[in-house]
Design a binder for this molecule. Structure first.
Ligand code: HEM
Length: 244
């Protein structure tokens, strides 16, 4: 255990911890996005007639119900893993930033920031905004403290009405705007993070390096577009509330 703590405190060790935990969180974000995109399931049916809306509501609510009931033990294992990854990522980030500060040359009138320092600052501030987003998001959709009325909605089957909670939530332009802004920063954060984790883990190859470096941008863009499609579709009236 001691050797691991010593390793994790070193510059390369902290980056290694951030790479592994970052990868775990990207896995969650992609799976979460795929689940949420079910909000579009059936929307094409007869151009958003009530039948189409009911199909979409059914898809999302049945999925939410399955996670909260049948798959509950698995969900709790994943939640704890995600929390561990999140705390490990924060601890790694704190270590990288403090080591960078210690290593920064002092005594110059004009401070020259190395490229790596400004990149880690950029990762740190985008990371802080993402953290605020996650806290607001949990308060909003998971705990319902910011959305008492919509959180309490149930569908005709008596299940938590995730569909209408999300749609009514994003009909609030301030929320939707904040989500879209946060997703842009998440995309940028992943754009850098997802390419550097492979290199931190030593996965690079002369021939494929440009491809490896562009992977972050591709992953960040897919996650950005997939996630903003939901608040945008609600704001544009493409996805509407159903039966409320
Ligand atoms: C527009 C995009 C998103 C939508 C529509 C959305 C929707 C939701 C909903 C409805 C829930 C509550 C599920 C339930 O309790 O039934 C939830 C939970 C959650 N979301 Fe999101 N989400 C989005 C993006 C994100 C992003 C980008 C992150 C992370 C960076 C994230 C992190 C979480 C977490 C950690 C939970 C709690 C999961 C749990 O209960 O274990 N979400 N989201």
């Amino acid at each position: 255990m001691n050797w691991f703590l010593n390793f994790a405190k070193s510059s390369i060790g902290a980056k290694f911890v951030m790479a592994i935990t970052g990868f775990m969180m990207i896995g969650f974000v992609v799976a979460h996005m795929a689940g949420n995109l079910q909000i579009f399931a059936g929307q094409e049916v007869a151009e958003h007639t009530e039948t189409g809306l009911i199909a979409a509501r059914e898809a999302l609510n049945a999925y939410g119900f399955k996670l909260q009931n049948d798959l509950k033990p698995l969900v709790w294992v994943l939640r704890l893993g995600l929390l561990g990854a999140f705390l490990g990522h924060m601890a790694g980030a704190y270590r990288v930033v403090t080591l960078n500060q210690k290593a920064r040359p002092r005594g110059y009138v004009v401070t020259r920031h190395q490229a790596s320092t400004s990149m880690s600052r950029y990762m740190a501030w985008t990371g802080v905004v993402i953290l605020v987003f996650v806290l607001v998001h949990l308060a909003h959709f998971t705990l319902g403290v910011l959305s008492h009325d919509t959180y309490a909605l149930t569908d005709p089957e008596g299940r938590h009405d995730v569909y209408n909670m999300v749609v009514l939530g994003f009909q609030n332009k301030a929320y939707a705007g904040f989500y879209i802004f946060a997703q842009a920063l998440l995309g940028l954060h992943l754009g850098h993070g997802a390419s550097s984790w492979l290199q931190t883990l030593g996965i690079f190859h002369k021939k494929y390096n440009p491809l490896i470096r562009s992977l972050g941008g591709v992953v960040g863009t897919i996650i950005f577009l997939g996630n903003i499609s939901i608040p945008l579709a609600v704001l544009l009236g493409i996805v509407k509330a159903s039966g409320v």
